[in-house]
Design a protein around this ligand. Structure first.
Ligand code: DWN
Length: 408
């Protein structure tokens, strides 16, 4: 089934309340081939629902992973910032336990993270449903199984490759519908002394900075620490450490151990401080999310007139980066060919395709030195430092739309 409606909370099965409706949106990462432009484009409802009992913010509609990942175009290796981040994650885990030897990365994509573990002498194994990208990872020497991770697959992996010391997952666990099946699978795969380290976008940062562009059909869940604690109550895991990290607009790095592993100490005071901070920020109150739409409207009322005024002055504007988040921002704010001439992106999979919804062509980054637009609207704003530095010879200006509009 292509899409289904969620009626109850994914963590505690309580009724859920719709708190935000972004209307009908195309799949944010599905850039169209030229031959698809003439076809009727599919758009799906995009709503956020809140559970009063456990505080989980979750999508009201679930699009089938087969639909979302069959022609997946996102790879992390186009960003030095992200690769440096993966290297730091690897170093931190190796420092935590230098004896770990076998790591499985769930949602391993092109193997960017596993390459760092491989350099440390780990046995590495990736799991990712994006067939083309998994194939490229295998060719690059990172063994990758081309399917979605779940409990059944975990059993097969454990039988064939043995128990893992470490399971990692960066920006993946919010993409998997059945969270209990997922963690039962991680439990089956991990050795008794093993740990799972995963990263997810952090709800507190999303609300604080009105990062509505991270709301799209791939992201089924928007976690607070409070909702994660509720989730793990009903699994064989417990959180023993949590770090706030500055990736993708603000994320959490969550460290899990098995409940009966008493060798690793739980940082109880740290977890409590996150919980109290979230309570103070209203992350467990639906009213926080009802007011979220007003903050998005305020941003729209600033950004769109700014862009229109530049166009009125005959200035040319080009989108920089074709991230999933950029497609949400453009479609939700109605920014189309009237404002942007085209988009540039360094990802070869994305080039010469067209963005979903507004059908802007994606061209190679170098185009900006040929066409020389007056402005670049940086849609990959989470990498703006890297982008502005990399293009210091670009003669035009950069418009950074999030979290606050800036022109540099
Ligand atoms: O959860 C997810 C996040 C973590 O990554 C996935 N569902 C999909 C993806 O979201 P995204 O597409 O918003 O991710 P990025 O990493 O913000 O995308 C950046 C885009 O910008 C890529 O298409 C690459 C491009 N880029 C570029 O063209 N030149 C990036 C840099 C740094 C550059 O210099």
């Amino acid at each position: 089934m292509e899409i289904k409606t969620r009626k109850k909370c994914a963590i505690c099965s309580s009724p859920i309340t719709t708190v935000l409706n972004l209307g009908f949106m195309p799949l944010a990462n599905h850039l169209l081939l030229p031959s698809e432009l003439a076809l009727k484009e599919k758009k799906y409802p995009l709503t956020l629902c809140f559970c009063l009992r456990c505080g989980l913010l979750q999508l009201g509609q679930i699009v089938s992973p087969d639909v979302m990942y069959k022609d997946y175009l996102y790879v992390p290796s186009n960003s030095k910032t992200l690769l440096n981040h993966f290297s730091e994650l690897c170093e931190e885990i190796v420092k935590f336990n230098p004896k770990y030897k076998f790591v499985v990365d769930v949602g391993s994509n092109d193997g960017s993270l596993l390459k760092f573990f491989k350099k440390h002498g780990f046995k590495v194994l990736g799991v990712d449903p994006a067939q083309k990208i998994a194939e490229a990872a295998n060719i690059s020497g990172i063994k990758t199984l081309p399917f979605c991770f779940n409990k059944l697959q975990a059993k097969q992996i454990s039988k064939k490759f043995g128990k893992a010391d470490l399971v990692t997952a960066t920006n993946v666990f919010a993409h998997i519908e059945d969270l209990y099946d997922l963690y039962q699978g991680v439990d089956l795969l991990l050795a008794p002394s093993g740990i799972c380290v995963f990263e997810v976008s952090y709800l507190a940062d999303m609300i604080q900075n009105s990062l509505f562009d991270s709301i799209y059909h791939e992201h089924l869940y928007y976690f607070s620490v409070g909702s994660l604690l509720k989730l793990f109550e009903k699994t064989n895991f417990e959180i023993f450490n949590i770090e706030k990290i500055n990736m993708h607009g603000g994320s959490l790095r969550v460290w899990l151990k098995k409940k009966n592993n008493k060798k690793i100490k739980v940082k109880k005071d740290l977890l409590k401080s996150f919980f109290l901070d979230e309570e103070r920020k209203g992350l467990y109150q639906p009213s926080t999310f009802f007011s979220f739409s007003k903050k998005i409207e305020k941003l729209r009322k600033k950004l769109v007139p700014l862009l229109l005024s530049l166009r009125h002055k005959k200035k040319s504007i080009v989108g920089f980066g074709a991230p999933a988040k950029g497609n949400i921002l453009l479609n939700y704010f109605g920014i189309d060919k009237k404002i942007l001439d085209y988009i540039v992106d360094s990802t070869s999979y994305k080039q010469f395709r067209y963005t979903p919804g507004n059908h802007l062509q994606v061209l190679p980054e170098e185009t900006i030195y040929i066409e020389r637009p007056d402005y670049l609207l940086v849609l990959a704003w989470n990498f703006s430092d890297e982008i502005v530095k990399k293009h210091k010879n670009f003669k035009g200006k950069f418009i950074l739309p999030m979290p606050k509009i800036k022109i540099v």
